[in-house]
Design a protein around this ligand. Sequence first.
Ligand code: UD1
Ligand code: CA
Length: 457
Amino acid sequence: MTTAVILAAGEGKRMQSRRPKVLHEICGYPMLAHVIHAARSVCSDVIVVVGHQGEEIRAAFGDSVVYAEQHEQLGTAHALLQAEPLLPDAGTVLVLCGDTPLLSPGAIEELYAVHSREAAAATVLTATVPNPFGYGRIVRGAGGEIIKIVEEKDATAAEKLLREINTGTYAFDVKALREGLAGVGSDNAAGEYYLTDCIELIIKSGKKVATSLLPDYRLALGVNDRIQLAEAQALLQERINRDLMAAGVTMINPATIYVDAGVKVGRDTVILPNTALRGRTVVGEGCVIGPQTEITDSTIGSGSHIRHSVVTESILEENVTVGPFTHLRPGTVLKNGVKVGDFVEIKQSQVGEGSKIPHLSYIGDAEIGSGVNLGGGTIVVNYDGRKKYKTVVADGAFVGCNSNLVAPVTIGRGAFVAAGSTITNDVPAGALSLARARQVDKPGLGARLLGHKDDEN
Ligand code: UD1
Ligand code: CA
């Protein structure tokens, strides 16, 4: 296995941001995470060169990678030089930029394969793009061989017309790289030490430099500003959605469906418009998700239907029905066949098999058994302003509409709570509990208060 160096020390001025550029996210993960993932397809060791706001990058990635520090941002060659002492004495080193998040593992594998096959001293990953503005251009000789890379700022009018660009991704023989880096100067329009100059120096020293052309130029997108960030997001989203559809997921209007990298969705699941599946979410087979649904870090069992709802850090077993307008907050567990309906909020609670919470309820810190029916407007009163308490509703219990269950409290197995009750004491199994004021009727008083004559009734 080889070593990768990812350059991520630049300020990223064009982002106009307080955050380091490479921590801006696309499809749920920082750009740098996508680049690390791609690099790992051929590299066991990953070195990230940090500088500007390096502490934030170190905090985000911890010890999953090794860091080199570039104190002053003097250019890409200077950045790589800071990692040079950490490189092995011999072998291949891959160099990537932290701001090209769309390069796939396959593209990196292909670069490495070309480099090995050609026994090159360096191999440049290139792409032919419709609009090369801002990229380094690949300048080729009469025989088609690469001669040098020229940056936008230094390019002649003729060179600016070249549409084959440098993706900023390279494989180097480490010895050739060391010799090249030693020779790079900063005599150019930006006054920077360009890594691209290394390529020219290696060619001039008579060693072989190869190129690997990306079949899909869109993978080359370098993100320098928020417009390119949005482009990258859209392109990666399209790739993720296509992969899911190819694997048997139906998407209705996929342009409005946002699925984070790494989310898993089973076959024959249908995802409806304006839906987002985020983080570590896993959706089973044959589900219907959406429209207008956001699911984050949750597991959804096969055969479940979730529409117009927000689900976070929750586990839904199979054949669960949720929504419309349900909010499932962290720690919710819905067992097989549970039905949760409109305007229901649940947090930190388990709901047993086949139970129903169909309308207008709040359930917090509760354990609801199986076969339970919580009538419309059932509220668990879990918080007294200082502490939270637990509510238990045992199997088969029936809670009438508009009841308050004041925790800590237990409703026994098969108990019946009459509508409108405010339950403050435990209800024994099988009991009927009425906890509300008795109804009193005063004949005629209503009409008098409203100023009607008796015969107007
Ligand atoms: C660079 C390449 C260009 C290529 C393009 C691909 C050079 C000179 N140019 O241009 O040929 O077409 O990428 O996207 O290499 N960085 C540091 N320290 C520095 C400067 C940059 O770590 O001192 C890092 C940045 O954080 C970034 C990467 O290197 O991740 C590329 O730097 P950037 O300034 O974006 O280079 P480009 O102008 O895009
Ligand atoms: Ca860039």
